[in-house]
Design a protein around this ligand. Structure first.
Ligand SMILES: CC(C)(COP(=O)(O)OP(=O)(O)OC[C@H]1O[C@@H](n2cnc3c(N)ncnc32)[C@H](O)[C@@H]1OP(=O)(O)O)[C@@H](O)C(=O)NCCC(=O)NCCS
Length: 176
């Protein structure tokens, strides 16, 4: 499984994975092209012999640049339950020593997503708080509310303590 920054050619592959997830909101293909071209530094894709296995997209809010807002994360059904979503999150965090917070919005019923971010908070030894995000009335189409979760602050260097393994000073060491 190779994890890397997305390229423009990944935009349409991400769009297909989102469409096939049946869970994620599907945005226009143009939107994913923008993510892959202009926000690649805060995104990651995973691919194996069968193609795109997962992705994460996000951005740093201009007025809060120490926050990484995770816009969407998805793993193909064949690759779930193997730690891939966590690896995608780590891949982006490893690139940015100046990040102190992670945010996302999660539909209340999405237990997998909630468990993923709770696991990340645990790994970062940081609290995970929930607050108002986007409420149902903000959407035009009867969309579920999307409460915001906030993880942080956490301190760089981003440390991970694998069970039974050494304390690593930087996640980049994990990938070597
Ligand atoms: C949410 C999603 C990205 C998780 O991907 P994944 O690669 O299977 O997740 P991981 O294997 O990295 O698991 C990370 C943690 O979440 C937990 N988790 C993952 N799926 C879970 C589920 N269905 N139920 C409960 N916990 C779950 C894992 O146990 C793990 O916890 P741990 O680190 O404490 O052991 C994947 O299920 C998915 O693509 N779902 C559809 C799209 C979606 O809902 N995206 C999120 C909203 S933006």
């Amino acid at each position: 499984m190779k994890i890397r920054k997305p390229k423009l050619s990944d935009g349409r592959r991400i769009w297909r994975l989102v469409r096939d997830s049946g869970v994620l909101d599907i945005n226009s293909a143009y939107c994913y092209l923008l993510q892959c071209r202009d926000y690649a530094d805060t995104a990651a894709v995973a691919e194996d012999a069968d193609g795109l296995a997962g992705f994460v997209t996000g951005y740093r809010p201009p007025e809060r640049p120490d926050v990484w807002f995770v816009w969407q994360i998805g793993v193909a059904p064949r690759a779930r339950g193997q730690g891939l979503a966590k690896r995608l999150l780590r891949d982006v965090l490893t690139r940015h020593d100046d990040l102190r917070h992670v945010e996302a919005t999660i539909e209340p019923g999405n237990q997998a997503s909630r468990a993923l971010f709770a696991s990340l908070a645990n790994e970062l030894s940081a609290p995970m708080l929930e607050s108002d995000g986007f409420e149902a009335h903000h959407f035009p189409d009867g969309h579920e509310p999307e409460p915001r979760i906030h993880i942080g602050p956490f301190s760089p260097p981003y440390r991970e303590r694998p069970l039974g393994g050494p304390v690593l000073n930087r996640l980049s060491e994990v990938r070597q």
